[in-house]
Write a protein that binds this ligand. Structure first.
Ligand code: ATR
Length: 277
């Protein structure tokens, strides 16, 4: 390997990952001497590829689908937010040779909401759609902002209940099915289902978004997702997708590795401009 500190994103598929671009911009902006690559790593090659990377002098790895749970297992020690997320998106080699696992997805979402879009969570009624890994990853950072209520809704209600139970030592979380939402309304609706990937929409009743409320899709795409289009129809104050979250989670990974947090605004603006061109 070259003498520059080495970082990489592992996943499968990986071709369309924006992470190498984002981290290159961060490194240029902060004057950090480092290289960041992308590697196609299927789940069955994860452990040997990570070991090889660190043995050859690599300093840190981002993990994406389908490797976040494997990265959680691999880490020698974990931050609390990673522990509860049961998923790790950032591995960092420590001075003593151990590998720290962190999850910066949830804090990335919260930063994008609060800092970039002035959407407060404190004292708000927050609804999370979906009860899979994406939902689990954001719950603790959301709870830390003290929402008035947090509700998880899922097609398979039992999964929502199990997830709520996992965090019951932190706060009370409501869990229900979509039909149970009748008559309720929320200030912020976060789409953490995988429905957007198939241009699908969870079954949301009209009136569920409170007046002045906002919607955020954790997924991002060049075109507006089905959920973002639905949010616009509801006249949400904000109808956002996860591009900002992607950049913010990368900034927190960068901070963990390099001890300096890059300015995210210019990078988000650049990526926004590119997808609108
Ligand atoms: P991830 O790790 O991305 O969260 P996952 O663990 O497979 O992926 O979870 C996907 C989530 O999206 C689940 O909550 C799933 O609901 P079920 O548990 O009932 O299957 C939800 N989901 C996927 N497609 C959906 C759709 N069209 N409408 C509503 N929910 C959907």
């Amino acid at each position: 390997m070259s003498s520059l500190d080495q970082y990489s994103v592992f996943g499968s598929p990986i071709k369309h990952s924006k992470s190498p671009r984002i981290h290159k911009l961060f490194a240029e902006q902060t004057g950090q001497a480092m290289q960041y690559s992308a590697e196609l790593v299927p789940a069955d090659q994860f452990v040997q590829t990570v070991k090889g990377f660190f043995t050859q002098g690599g300093q840190g790895i981002n993990c994406t689908v389908p490797l976040k749970e494997l990265a959680w297992e691999y880490a020698d020690l974990r931050t609390e937010r990673a522990e509860l997320a049961k998923a790790v998106n950032t591995l960092a080699l420590q001075e003593d040779g151990r590998v720290l696992g962190d999850n910066t997805d949830g804090v990335g979402l919260v930063t994008d909401l609060q800092n970039n879009h002035q959407i407060a969570l404190k004292q708000k009624r927050v609804l999370i759609l979906g009860a899979g890994g994406a939902s689990r990853g954001i719950i603790l950072p959301i709870l830390q902002e003290a929402p008035l209520t947090l509700t998880i809704v899922n097609r398979t209600v039992a999964k929502a209940r199990t997830l709520a139970d996992e965090f019951s030592h932190k706060a009370k979380i409501n869990a229900c099915g979509y039909e149970d939402l009748a008559g309720q309304s929320f200030d912020l609706i976060l789409n953490a289902t995988s429905a957007s990937l198939s241009n699908d929409l969870p079954p949301l009743a009209a009136g569920i978004l409170a007046a002045g409320g906002s919607c955020y899709d954790l997924a991002y795409a060049n075109e507006a997702t089905a959920f973002v289009r639905w949010a616009r129809e509801q006249q949400a104050r904000n109808s956002l997708d996860g591009l900002g979250m992607l950049v913010e989670q990368a900034a927190d990974a960068f901070y963990l590795w390099r001890g300096v947090r890059p300015a995210t605004d210019p990078v988000i603006q650049m990526l926004e401009a590119e997808r609108n061109s």
